[in-house]
Ligand binder design. Structure first.
Ligand SMILES: [Zn+2]
Length: 287
């Protein structure tokens, strides 16, 4: 009995040792390897992409706050201080704000890599709003994955998995939007700030802008726009929280149309695009 007991104890002890050595090779990946990667992005939708790809390994800060205009924004002194401590800047690569400020941003943190997430994105001349296209968001996410894997190679596998889930989410979103616009009767709508060209190209729509070269229209331009809208049977005008809406209201009342307030810069990217699609498709489907 005693002998057997000793043997059993020995066997258990040996199994324990073997188990230990078996575990030790996988142990380092189970431990949290370091603090979170401090990532800065320019726009709120980019925060959605970066958080999806980065998961628990990243802390994302957004330079341009809700409601601010990304074409004219200026970072605060506190933001410049925070930028000095960041590990990575994910640039959208197409907006004027970055061109104007990147020199100063690099100045406060010369060691921080700045990664252009528009690499490989099929661009439309004159429209910087590349994020408003789920198919192009996939390319931006791929770039975010590459950037994060470069500076945090230890978590590359997690980033890869997160990227795959994000790509599935974007494919689903893309298909759902196609479905919603399938049976619309009108494809044209009016918008104050022309942010939706990428979206229009992807889903067979056409935007007509009230704003002309970033400025409010003159009285003459307003008259021409109203004519154009009437000829095309336009009944919906989109406005956004970043821009004034009184011209849109004026045109809508002239056309007996509707103004829909939508946000091209919502942080809740997928839900926002679904809601925009639903509201727009409902109006474009009427006779
Ligand atoms: Zn814009």
């Amino acid at each position: 009995m005693t002998r057997n007991k000793t043997l059993t104890t020995l066997v258990i002890f040996l199994m324990f040792l073997l188990g230990m050595s078996g575990c030790s090779s996988t142990q380092p990946t189970l431990e949290p390897s370091h603090d979170k990667v401090k990532v800065f992005v320019s726009l709120l939708p980019q925060a959605y992409f970066a958080e999806k790809v980065g998961g628990d390994h990243v802390q994302v800060d957004v330079l341009i706050p809700p409601g601010a205009d990304p074409h004219t924004y200026e970072p605060t002194p506190q933001q410049m201080k925070d930028l000095a401590e960041a590990d990575l800047y994910l640039a959208i690569g197409t907006i004027e704000f970055e061109e104007l400020w990147m020199g100063r941003i690099r100045g406060v943190n010369p060691a921080m890599p700045v990664f252009d997430t528009s690499r490989g994105v099929e661009l439309i001349a004159g429209d910087p709003h590349i994020w408003l296209s789920p198919t192009r968001a996939k390319v931006q996410a791929q770039n975010i994955y590459t950037a994060l894997s470069e500076i945090d190679a230890a978590n590359q596998e997690d980033y890869q998995q997160n990227l795959q889930s994000f790509q599935v989410e974007m494919d689903q979103l893309h298909q759902d939007i196609i479905k919603q616009f399938k049976n619309i009767k009108h494809k044209e709508f009016m918008v104050f700030h022309p942010a939706w060209k990428y979206f229009c190209v992807d889903y067979g729509l056409e935007e007509i802008a009230i704003e002309q070269d970033g400025k409010e229209p003159t009285a003459q331009e307003m008259a021409r726009l109203i004519d154009q809208a009437r000829q095309k049977g336009i009944r919906v005008i989109l406005t956004s929280p970043q821009h004034s809406a009184h011209e849109a209201e004026a045109i809508a009342s002239d056309l007996q149309g509707e103004v829909i307030k939508i946000d091209p810069l919502s942080r809740d990217y997928s839900a926002n695009l679904r809601q925009v699609t639903q509201e727009l498709a409902a109006i474009l489907s009427r006779d």
